[in-house]
Design a binder for this molecule. Structure first.
Ligand SMILES: Cc1ncc(COP(=O)(O)O)c(C=O)c1O
Length: 445
């Protein structure tokens, strides 16, 4: 029996979001370190983490300031129950977070992104009941939306591959279709999507009296294919939800902290939701940690004597974890430095230019998308190759050439750390082009 690390791994570990049989031909990469935009492998290679390790390493791996914050907190205490206790780190973080999206002034902490979404959906439903609107039980979400893997989060997601096996036990959301998708902020739809609105408004209308909450990934939908839609839609959805008493939940778990070129994606629309979910980049991807920012009026609905149905008894063991809070506090301080917006804007320009070169040199990418620290496009494939997992082949080629692309099926994208230097983007472009060309040659398309 082989006893190298990968054999031991595959004997016991069931890897997330994977078909385990795939590991027979594409074994896990053995990581021994991670630094900036790179993973360091056992065989000595440094490969580019082009997906920021599932979109959370916005400040790169091993950021010295985040490490220091973690160590400092760990030397005081690492975790205490956050019901009935308080501490300086958590209070300071909450003060900062409550200024991020006025008027959302209350913060409820969770463990990971999915937990934050559960908290927001539960709060919205419970708050409707507390307002005497118990008939408002419908969740509304967007086509191609993704909000996580736990029950309610999966229920409001529109991705069959994740949702379908469990559909029989999940509540059925209302899914709005016909979104005004754009290629970039240059698209005229970006500023004005009035042409798309009547179709969407008509889908909303039947739920004016029964809608509890509408949940969106603002502007950028990640797992649904790195799709970008007009922020004008958010303005219209905000106005509609406000008019009809439906809560608006912004899931900024992917988009939060500059990924779309604004500190929050809701800023593109210049409107605030009622609840806003944060995770991933909140700690620079150091720890499982999430927060829901909440409008004071929702909090006040629950402020009552105990046992009157107004107690929000949601509890996660690691809610407000001190290590996560300390790292998040330092990450926030980096994100709010005056130069950070410029860093993202420079990255955005470098990525756009390099992505256009990849598209031109390969000639098989279509439907390009550009926004902040994300670029994406879809492989244009002949009918005969649509079921051939061509994207997966590109991913394997890229891994062997020095980049972890982990594309979404046949959608290729880059979502690297926001502080990736130009030479990393240059190398990524070269690797992506060569990988696509290698697969083109093999499959002759
Ligand atoms: C928009 C969005 N919401 C929620 C989640 C779930 O977060 P987590 O994987 O931390 O549970 C994700 C994860 O990718 C996400 O992209």
């Amino acid at each position: 029996m082989k006893n190298d690390l990968i054999s031991r791994d595959l004997r016991h570990i069931w890897h997330p979001c994977s078909q385990m049989k795939d590991y027979e031909q594409f074994p896990p990469l053995e990581v021994v370190g991670a630094e900036g935009s790179h993973l360091i492998l056992k065989d000595g290679r440094k490969i580019i983490d082009a997906v920021s390790s599932w979109w959370c390493k916005s400040l790169g791996h091993g950021h010295p300031r985040l490490r220091e914050a973690l160590i400092k907190q760990a030397s005081k205490f690492e975790h205490v129950i956050s019901a009935n206790t308080s501490n300086e780190t958590l209070v300071e973080l909450s003060e900062k977070l409550s200024g991020l999206c006025p008027p959302l002034s209350k913060v409820f902490y969770g463990g990971d992104g999915s937990t934050a979404v559960e908290i927001a959906l539960k709060l919205a439903l419970h708050a409707q009941g507390a307002k005497g609107q118990a008939q408002r039980t419908k969740f509304i979400s967007l086509e191609n939306g993704y909000h996580g893997e736990s029950g309610l989060a999966l229920a409001v997601s529109d991705l069959g591959i994740y949702r379908e096996p469990y559909a029989s036990v999940l509540p059925e959301p209302v899914i709005l279709r016909g979104l005004p998708y754009v290629s970039s902020s240059e698209d005229p739809l970006w500023k004005d999507c009035s042409s798309a609105w009547p179709v969407i408004e008509a889908q909303l209308k039947p739920y004016a009296e029964t809608g509890a909450a509408l949940i969106v990934e603002p502007v950028l939908q990640g797992a649904g294919g790195m799709r970008v839609y007009s922020p004008d839609l958010l303005r219209r959805l905000r106005a509609w939800t406000r008019e009809h008493g439906v809560y608006l939940i912004a899931d900024e778990i992917l988009t939060g902290f500059w990924r779309t070129g604004e500190i929050l994606a809701m800023r593109h629309a210049v409107v605030a939701p009622d609840l806003l979910c944060l995770s991933k980049a909140l700690t620079g991807g150091w720890l499982p940690f999430s927060a829901v920012l909440i409008d004071q009026s929702i909090h006040d609905l629950f402020y009552s004597d105990y046992g009157k149905g107004r107690d929000f008894l949601h509890s996660n063991t690691y809610s407000g974890n001190a290590l996560g809070a300390a790292v998040a506090l330092e990450a926030l301080s980096i994100y709010s430095e005056p130069g950070f917006a410029g860093t993202v804007s420079q990255l955005s320009q470098n990525m756009s230019k390099a992505w256009k070169q990849v598209m031109a040199s390969t000639g098989v990418l279509e439907n390009p998308r550009f926004l902040g620290g994300v670029v994406a496009a879809d492989l244009r494939l002949p009918e005969t190759l649509r079921d051939q997992r061509v994207g997966f082949q590109v991913y394997q080629e890229a891994a062997s050439r020095g980049a972890l692309l982990r594309n979404l099926g046949n959608t290729l994208y880059w979502l690297p750390p926001l502080n990736s230097p130009p030479e990393v983007i240059g190398a990524l472009a070269e690797i992506t082009s060569e990988s696509i060309k290698a697969v083109q040659k093999r499959l002759n398309f």
